[in-house]
Design a binder for this molecule. Structure first.
Ligand SMILES: [Zn+2]
Length: 320
């Protein structure tokens, strides 16, 4: 009986020590990271460079997974999702979007594959271990993450579904046209990133190549692509809603996937036995455009203006 009590006491003391020491160690770690990467950030120096590292996140990376404070996790996410060479304000917008996305996951029970969030960009958010980054890149990203620490984009009192994409190519898209749900803060806005590398692209193939791909993807046999292919409807953003291939109607999304196009904003040109498919933008087009964020930052907007532009009607709240 006494031995058991002693054991219990020892366990309690160990737990108490962990509760006191761990937060000190984590906060200390963040201060060091801040000093390394954020010499130009006035906001942070004015607040003394001390901030909460946020809740612990269980990251599912397909293997055993790992857990770490949310702010530290975000450094790896921003590293994987946006070039570190982007403008500081664009990186901050990306950091807030990634933080918001993570908070929503935490609130909604985590990733369907286990853990709070996974490293599959097709499911949750990509992740590059910060130790794999050069010192310069890591410093730029840490400045963006720790310079916005705790800030979350909120609508109706909840973290928003902070989706983002590479390049809108003219206009972003209403959420219901790309996904299922109409969300009031995911509305189409103008985003003409004409200097972005994937603003526009085109691929040309012979008529027979085009017919073969249509047949393998949709089981439709075409003999004259120019006569048998037609865009039936477009959304206001310019993206294709549906098109006709012979006697079959397919969605713009299905066609994009079958032809590995950059976006669903595509058009056709026929001639000389060939088909040219031109696309505008890169990605699903909903929410924050990353190259749009870069463009706005270069034109003088800060991350708050960028986020408010791409996420209609949101406000930024400090969660920790
Ligand atoms: Zn996931």
């Amino acid at each position: 009986m006494r031995r058991r009590e002693r054991k219990r006491l020892a366990r309690s003391l160990a737990l108490l020590a962990a509760c006191i020491c761990l937060p000190i160690w984590i906060v200390k770690g963040c201060i060091i990271a801040t000093q390394n990467g954020d010499s130009s950030n006035e906001e942070e120096s004015s607040s003394g460079g001390v901030f909460s590292p946020g809740p612990t996140v269980e990251v599912n990376d397909g293997g055993e997974g790992f857990s770490l404070p949310l702010e530290e996790y975000l450094v790896g996410v921003v590293a994987a999702e946006m070039p570190a060479s982007y403008h500081a304000e664009a990186l901050k917008a990306q950091a807030v979007a990634a933080r918001t996305y993570t908070c929503r996951k935490l609130q909604n029970g985590g990733c369907k594959h286990g853990g709070d969030i996974c490293t599959d960009s097709g499911c949750c958010q990509a992740y590059t271990p910060p130790e794999e980054l050069s010192e310069t890149k890591r410093a730029a990203i840490e400045a963006a993450v720790y310079g916005t620490a705790g800030e979350v984009a909120v609508y109706g009192g909840e973290p928003i579904e902070a989706v983002f994409h590479s390049t809108a190519g003219g206009y972003t898209e209403d959420s219901e046209n790309a996904f299922v749900t109409a969300l009031p803060y995911l509305r189409s806005v103008k985003s003409d990133e004409t200097d972005a590398p994937r603003y526009a692209s085109a691929q040309t193939m012979t008529n027979s190549e085009f017919c073969a791909r249509v047949q393998s993807a949709f089981g439709v046999r075409l003999s004259d692509p120019a006569r048998e292919t037609a865009v039936l409807s477009r959304y206001a953003s310019g993206r294709v809603e549906s098109l006709r291939l012979g006697g079959t109607t397919v969605t713009g999304k299905e066609f994009r996937s079958a032809f590995s196009l950059d976006s669903t904003n595509f058009s056709f040109e026929f001639g000389n036995g060939a088909v040219t498919i031109s696309t505008k933008g890169f990605g699903h087009g909903v929410g924050l455009s990353q190259t749009g964020a870069q463009m706005m930052a270069e034109e003088g907007s800060d991350y708050r203006e960028i986020l408010s532009y791409y996420y209609t009607g949101i406000s930024l709240e400090k969660y920790w």
